[in-house]
Design a binder for this molecule. Structure first.
Ligand code: HEM
Length: 414
């Protein structure tokens, strides 16, 4: 097939199996991705008014292309972009979401990212290793005598939540609130969220926002050794952040800091259980851990797609996409592209090179990647060492969400 043969409206995605609401598709989207890459690398999805982009080269390039943006509101109103205004009752969600750097473009994005980045450099993150090890050991101690546990609820979930909660110094008694708020907030990231999901996200925004505002006021009165106090006091070469931006940053860190981590680690464990030889190899040779975690994040990415607005007309695979268009960049597909990876459907824990895109690329490249890597490395290394007979009890079920794609539970014998 040649570039000129690409017809972005050749078929409806649903006709070739792209059905984000179908549990079978969510469980294994890879054969459909292959069809997209081979025959429809740019495909119009009338269900969401987006172009689906499935090849690694295109996803990688568009993530770095400054003619696209996470938002257009720095350049144009909804009306000017011929886009509908979001319903007024969504406002509490947008107030928090749009004030986080992930939904900003330069110059605001640059300013905010620079301020927050200091807390997430490889050096500052490495200094957290001992604390992360302590949390992981404490969780494994808790397995004593349990027989069976849910690896997601009892191990994978508490780690990133605790790490971020400690960074922000959220009081221990309140930490149980964070996970449900974050899960409800993130429902809005799904494709075309139904009103019931949007209502949950709005409610979570109201509660989460009010809670963080109170915490911020408290830190202003009594600054501590935490990230909220540090950001509240920041005056950096004239750069500061507004109260709303500070709250938006905390929400983003809490959400980004654990939704993707939980799904990433959960999917990785499930991949290992389905590949017993790889699991045995990793147990026998812990020096494989760092390349293994990259491969596991490639093999079953926790973030199926990220979207971009087209700010200036572009062309992809010969298809013209006008200003105001929206592309859905399919990370899960890009990570299995036969043009970018040898034997893409094989799990190779020593894969090198491994140019996978699960952490994104370009100016929004995951700010928490060093932390996510460290958490996974410590958690996987320690659990495999301390519980060498760890065994799957039953195949897991997937959560119904597609964009943030992960397991509901993963029962294991410990
Ligand atoms: C396995 C775990 C993780 C994965 C797969 C992941 C993936 C991603 C991806 C793909 C993006 C870019 C989205 C886009 O370009 O539209 C992103 C951005 C971001 N991530 Fe992560 N993430 C993970 C963990 C974390 C953690 C632990 C934190 C924080 C503590 C974090 C904080 C952020 C932030 C703040 C951004 C926005 C960066 C920006 O807009 O400049 N992430 N992440």
């Amino acid at each position: 097939m040649t570039h000129s043969a690409v017809d972005p409206r050749a078929v409806a995605p649903v006709a070739i199996g792209f059905e984000p609401a179908d549990p079978a598709f969510v469980a294994d989207p890879y054969p459909v991705y292959r069809r997209l890459r081979d025959d429809h690398p740019v495909l119009w999805n009338p269900a969401t008014n987006q172009w689906l982009i499935s090849r690694h080269a295109d996803v990688n390039r568009l993530l770095r292309d400054r003619r696209l943006g996470r938002t257009y509101l720095h350049q144009a109103t909804h009306a000017e972009m011929a886009r509908p205004e979001p319903p007024a009752w969504h406002a509490p969600f947008h107030e928090l979401n749009d004030a986080g750097m992930l939904d900003m473009e330069p110059p605001d994005h640059t300013r905010l990212r620079r301020l927050v980045l200091r807390a997430f450099t490889p050096r500052t993150v490495e200094a957290m290793r001992r604390r992360i090890q302590g949390i992981v050991d404490g969780l494994i101690d808790g397995f004593d005598g349990a027989g069976e546990v849910d690896l997601i609820a009892d191990f994978v979930e508490p780690l990133p939540v605790t790490v971020i909660a400690e960074l922000l110094d959220v009081p221990e008694a309140d930490r149980h609130l964070l996970r449900p708020w974050s899960a409800d907030f993130c429902l809005m990231y799904e494709l075309d969220p139904p009103d019931a999901s949007a209502r949950k996200a709005v409610q979570a925004s109201l509660e989460f926002g009010a809670y963080l505002r109170e915490l911020l006021a408290e830190r202003r009165r009594r600054p501590g050794d935490d990230l909220i106090s540090a950001l509240a006091g920041v005056v950096d070469g004239g750069d500061t952040l507004t109260e709303t931006e500070l709250i938006g940053t905390c929400v983003l860190l809490l959400n980004a800091g654990h939704e993707a981590s939980v799904n990433g680690a959960g999917n990785a464990w499930w991949t290992l259980f389905r590949h017993p030889e790889a699991l045995a190899r990793l147990r026998a040779d812990p020096s494989l851990l760092s390349s293994a975690l990259e491969e596991l994040l490639r093999f079953d990415t926790p973030l199926s797609l990220f979207e971009r607005w087209v700010l200036e007309p572009i062309e992809v695979e010969g298809v013209a996409i006008p200003r105001g268009g929206e592309v859905a960049l399919l990370f899960g597909s890009a990570n299995r592209d036969q043009a970018a990876f040898e034997r893409p459907d094989e799990l190779d824990l020593a894969r090198d090179p491994n140019a996978y895109l699960s952490f994104g690329a370009g100016i929004h490249y995951c700010l928490g990647a060093p932390l996510a890597r460290l958490e996974i490395e410590v958690a996987f290394g320690t659990l495999l060492r301390r519980i060498p007979r760890l065994e799957l009890v039953e195949p897991p079920r997937w959560k119904p969400t597609f964009v943030l794609r992960g397991l509901q539970a993963l029962r294991v014998r410990v």
